[in-house]
Design a protein around this ligand. Structure first.
Ligand SMILES: Cc1cc2nc3c(=O)[nH]c(=O)nc-3n(C[C@H](O)[C@H](O)[C@H](O)COP(=O)(O)O)c2cc1C
Length: 174
């Protein structure tokens, strides 16, 4: 399936509804709720079994997903603001809580869960500026450099600030 061409048109989200999906341990979609389907604009059949990158927006820096996978594959939770791409090329920004799903007997990771909510225009602006910088660095100098930039950026926000906490703080306060 070829990727839709991004349009500079934002989808207005219902602040009361969660956009939920689940994947297997490799990131293939195993479940999505009705609001996910409505916003993404794909049918359920088009989504189930596909890689979650089906809704990846080209404005998203790769380092964010590197961090995401490094964290959740260790069984830890992480929060991230993400810009997603709908089937028709429009976009939507959300605050996402990623969690791992574990086998209750063995504790082994069997997949992942993501719950997303709409965010304020202010947060979008702050994060969009950061992601723009990261993407630019990635294009010119690669992901190692964008990771270094992100680490320095977070250090600047506080001694033990990490990406997930930063995302949660701006989400909580604005
Ligand atoms: C539970 C779960 C939910 C995800 N949700 C999204 C999402 O909403 N948007 C997105 O671009 N990537 C999401 N991802 C990350 C994708 O799996 C993928 O890493 C990302 O789109 C980058 O694509 P790439 O790994 O092919 O570069 C999710 C991953 C998991 C495990």
């Amino acid at each position: 399936m070829s990727k839709p061409i991004p349009l500079d048109v934002e989808i207005e989200l219902d602040p009361k509804r969660y956009i939920v999906s689940e994947t297997d341990e490799k990131g293939k979609i195993t479940y999505c709720n009705d609001y996910f389907i409505e916003v993404a604009g794909y049918t359920k059949a088009e989504l189930i079994g596909k890689s979650h990158s089906i809704i990846r927006h080209p404005d998203m820096p790769r380092v964010v997903f590197k961090l995401l996978w490094e964290t959740i594959s260790q069984g830890k939770n992480i929060n991230a603001v993400v810009k997603n791409l709908a089937k028709d090329g429009r976009y939507y920004w959300i605050f996402t809580e990623f969690e791992s799903r574990k086998d209750t007997d063995t504790g082994k990771i069997i997949g992942y869960h993501a719950a997303r909510k709409s965010i304020s225009k202010f947060i979008i602006e702050v994060v969009a500026n950061l992601y723009k910088e990261l993407l630019e660095i990635e294009k010119n100098s690669g992901m190692n450099e964008s990771e270094k930039y992100l680490i320095e950026f977070l250090k600047d926000k506080g001694d033990d600030m990490n990406f997930s906490n930063f995302m949660e703080e701006i989400h909580r306060f604005y």
